[in-house]
Write a new protein. Structure first.
Length: 107
């Protein structure tokens, strides 16, 4: 995604960090990633994404999916993509957790 979630915004240090984190995910099963670590990594309904993300899905002709997968890299940092037949296609780098912001309950 161009703009706030684009890969073009990454510096070398962040790219190396991402490579290492993705390599760690590759050592795990999807059950370990999405079930055991559900608090951090999970599917999100497209309708719950920010307007900019929903618009971008239409622009890249991926608006026929119902859910995207969010993988947590650190506190706010996420990568987003589509999981299809065990293969995740990465779409966005979300360093500030803005694609689908979460809000604390009772605040």
């Amino acid at each position: 995604m161009e703009g706030a979630y684009g890969w073009h915004n990454l510096d070398t240090e962040t790219l190396v960090y991402m490579k290492d984190k993705l390599a760690h995910f590759e050592s795990m099963t999807w059950s370990e990633i999405l079930v055991d670590a559900k608090k951090f990594n999970h599917s999100v309904n497209v309708e719950d994404l920010c307007t900019e993300a929903q618009t971008r899905l239409r622009e890249i002709k991926q608006d026929d999916v119902d859910q995207l997968v969010s993988l947590r890299f650190s506190g706010k940092q996420r990568v987003w993509g589509i999981l299809d037949q065990g293969i995740m296609t990465l779409f966005w780098w979300d360093p500030e957790h803005n694609v689908c912001p979460s809000y604390l309950k009772n605040t």
